[in-house]
Design a protein around this ligand. Structure first.
Ligand SMILES: [Zn+2]
Ligand SMILES: [Zn+2]
Length: 118
């Protein structure tokens, strides 16, 4: 019985080793689960090859949408909405979508009002 157990272990290890080698050569689309949004996404063959070329050992943890969102969040350029300043009538650039029911001020007027309020 003991001998059989040993044989099994060796056989399993060999099978695993073969699998690892095969993975390095033959790429297959892999479905991963994004840890940000929980959606499944495909780690494509092309991406796997790209990762391998770059020497990345870790698989992507997030989907492309989340990665792009993060990339954009890191950029200094943000999306600006243009509105008319309720004070001077000039162009007010805001980082949020202006609510038509609330006045929007340009940065100068916003700053002036903020200071006036103390
Ligand atoms: Zn995601
Ligand atoms: Zn203004």
């Amino acid at each position: 019985m003991y001998e059989e157990e040993v044989m099994d272990t060796v056989a399993e290890e060999t099978a695993e080793a073969v699998e690892e080698v095969a993975e390095e050569v033959v790429y297959q689309d892999e479905t991963l689960v994004c840890k940000e949004c929980g959606n499944e996404f495909v780690f494509t063959v092309g991406e796997q090859q790209f990762y391998a070329e770059k020497g990345f050992v870790n698989k992507p943890k997030t989907c492309k949408a989340c990665r792009d969102a993060k990339k954009n969040a890191g950029k200094p350029e943000r999306q600006y909405f243009e509105a008319v300043c309720a004070d001077c009538g000039g162009v007010a650039k805001v980082t949020f979508e202006p609510n038509p029911e609330r006045p929007v001020y340009c940065s100068a007027c916003f700053e002036a009002r903020r200071r006036a309020r103390g």
